[in-house]
Design a protein around this ligand. Structure first.
Ligand code: DC
Length: 221
């Protein structure tokens, strides 16, 4: 009997496009470990803000404020969260106005992206070690840069009004349009649907419908 293939699923899309909720639904259905890479950029941003760093000017050829950060992974049920110095920040610490205001700017710094590259690739081994059947990772550049070789690459879109409504329903104020503009126009790994990825517009679909649609694709792999 052939061994079950370990799957890597990449889910990309703009702010509030439903990436994380969809990925969590799929993780439960297919025994996958879920990694939200937006949280990685948010956690690094928080760490920089706490040290009084607000811009890219402190990064230079000789100085990298991320150099000595001790990254780890904490797996709770199907969610893998990034820790710094053994601590995973609370959601309220990384999903607030202060972090929303700077995260896209920090994410545009090539040194920040480079710093997270190996860590994000290594999540595949973490998922294997924890006995999952695969990894589902969501972000902006997963199908283009981190796992261009993924078994399935999805790109989620939705009308700006639908995305703003979703965030408002969650009780979260977010600068969605502004972040999307910054994320799409940056030089390093900009937000874009990679060639060969499957684009899904979720404007008129419920979360369950989106999960069902992708779930059928995973089952067919
Ligand atoms: O998914 P999110 O909205 O929580 O992501 C926060 C920010 O992190 C987003 O504005 C851009 C950045 N990001 C990125 O550049 N690349 C990723 N793979 C994930 C997030």
């Amino acid at each position: 009997m052939s061994e079950k293939k370990f799957l890597v699923i990449a889910v990309d899309g703009g702010a509030a496009s439903g990436k994380s909720s969809t990925s969590r639904g799929l993780a439960a259905k297919h025994n996958l470990m879920h990694v939200d890479t937006g949280a990685h950029y948010r956690t690094v941003s928080l760490s920089l803000l706490r040290r009084g760093i607000t811009g890219a000017d402190v990064f230079s050829a000789t100085e990298n404020p991320l150099e000595n950060l001790d990254l780890g992974t904490e797996v709770r049920e199907r969610e893998a969260a990034m820790s710094i110095g053994g601590v995973v920040p609370a959601d309220s610490e990384i999903r607030n106005d202060a972090v929303n205001a700077v995260v896209s700017q920090f994410a545009a710094i090539p040194e920040v992206r480079k710093f997270l590259f190996d860590y994000q690739r290594s999540q595949k081994d973490v998922a294997r070690e924890h006995g999952f059947d695969g990894l589902i990772m969501d972000g902006r550049d997963i199908g283009s840069v981190i796992f261009p070789d993924a078994d399935l690459r999805i790109f989620l879109t939705a009308d700006p009004e639908a995305r703003a409504r979703r965030r408002a329903a969650e009780g979260i104020a977010d600068s969605i349009a502004e972040r999307d503009k910054l994320d799409s126009s940056r030089k390093a790994a900009p937000l874009a649907c990679p060639e060969g990825a499957i684009k899904i517009d979720s404007t008129d679909l419920t979360l369950e419908q989106v999960v069902e649609k992708i779930s059928a694709m995973i089952s067919a792999l």
